[in-house]
Design a protein around this ligand. Sequence first.
Ligand SMILES: NC(=O)C1=CN([C@@H]2O[C@H](COP(=O)(O)OP(=O)(O)OC[C@H]3O[C@@H](n4cnc5c(N)ncnc54)[C@H](OP(=O)(O)O)[C@@H]3O)[C@@H](O)[C@H]2O)[C@@H](O)CC1
Ligand SMILES: [K+]
Length: 517
Amino acid sequence: MLEAFSGSDVRAAEAPFLDAGQGDALMQRAAHALAGVVVGLLRESGRGTYGATVVVLAGSGNNGADALYAGERLARRGASVTAVILADRVHEESLRALERAGGTGIRVDDDAAPEDLAEHAAAADVVIDGILGIGADGGLRGRALRFVQAFTAAAGPRGTRSALVVACDLPSGIGVDDGRVTGTVLAADATVTFGAPKPGLLLGDGAAAAGELNVVDLGLSFSSRPSVRSLLDADVAALIRRPTTQDHKYSRGVLGVAAGSARYPGAAVLAVGAALATGIGMVRYLGPEAVAALVHQRSPEAVASTGPVSGARSQAWLVGPGAVDDDEQRQRAADAIGSGLPVVVDAEALTQLPERVGSHVILTPHAGELSWLLAARGLETERADIESEPARYALLAAEVTGATVLLKGFATTVAAPSGALFVQRDASPWLAAAGSGDTLSGIVGALAASLAEDDRAADRAGVAREDLWAVVAAAGALIHGRAGLRAAARGPVVVSDLPADIGPVIADLLEECRPAM
Ligand SMILES: NC(=O)C1=CN([C@@H]2O[C@H](COP(=O)(O)OP(=O)(O)OC[C@H]3O[C@@H](n4cnc5c(N)ncnc54)[C@H](OP(=O)(O)O)[C@@H]3O)[C@@H](O)[C@H]2O)[C@@H](O)CC1
Ligand SMILES: [K+]
């Protein structure tokens, strides 16, 4: 699991080392790891370190020092290293170390035009961004801002430029703790972050600016809970409940699905198909006969009924997808939410939510639905506000409803009422299509049903019991995103074909994490 800690948490964790006089040792470890990543990237790109041109951008703080010491190491391996000092002050010892190793330092003053140096940097093999680290306060300003703008104009945007940009700790210009980019940012191809990822590397525009994330373990220990977490494959594999020889269809999990309506029958087909592909013992479908007939064409194993929730024994429920203008589906949604069982509440069923529920109720709104949900509780917000600060509003919604909130988007944000926050960025942009959310809710519903009676699930996932449903939702987002990526490798994603990719995604996760025999 990637666990991000705020800048102040990292400083607190670092304090005992500084008190013990080990600050320089930490810095050297950071520089060593940073240089190692640069060497690896140069090797991968076929350029090699010897003779490579490297430009180190150095700000006034220790972030600049890390980058300069990394430059020193690269100079010792034969790279031609130039440091561009973009502040009045610089960590002098690290600059001298670089110069002793054969590198050159250039101090940029306020009168200097940054264009020529920016062109030199744009033509380099590697640019190391040591302008701002966790000491960043607001967006880039002054000389650093002018230089980054000139560099971007000369080099072109990431993806088209020839120089590889490697961010030291974090890309300069992102909010350390929220990932917000209010002005200019130096988007990186790779980020080497020290001690722990910072929240800004997992959230919003900051995550996009970070490129490939490398986390360097400095042996820091944290007393606080992480601000944000992202599940990795091994976490999802550990969470998934594998069938045993003792299992039968009921013990593997039964998901009740009250989805679809005369107006939107397809949502039921998509949700049921995705749930079955995720791997459960049974789906009980509740809804109109005509919709059930359609569900059966695609998923003949679903057990269908037109009856109420009370007559359909399940371990978890999924309510809402496509259930529009249908009083019976509305009633089923209300009953399922009140059942005490884990329940995924999507789309239309969000209107059935009582004032307060528990974390076993998993809401899956998009930004527009979340805006409505908050407004219904007296909290007026624009959809655009939610899109620019998804974590903040998902947490707010979890706090005021008591539910687990999965906010849909390219990055999926999951907030628990405890304040725990998960972000998953596993999706393909091709997944932004009608019906995609129905498949996501089916996956999350299936995971919830299979884990509802599994007392060890939270331990396996490494989270507090109260945050289990947030992990389940985040795991669903990972599986959904991976299925989308798999499908997109063949071309534009057809959502009704997505279940065919869910099974192989789960097989890959389990295979990769199979314990050695
Ligand atoms: N913690 C750890 O475990 C370890 C930390 N390590 C490293 O230390 C780094 C943190 O170093 P740090 O504290 O010196 O802060 P850092 O970000 O380099 O510089 C801040 C200075 O920049 C300036 N400035 C601020 N905002 C600005 C803006 N918007 N635009 C322009 N300038 C701005 C401001 O200076 P001022 O302008 O006030 O003179 C401020 O003082 C950390 O990221 C990691 O790399 C590792 O070595 C090992 C282990
Ligand atoms: K940086």
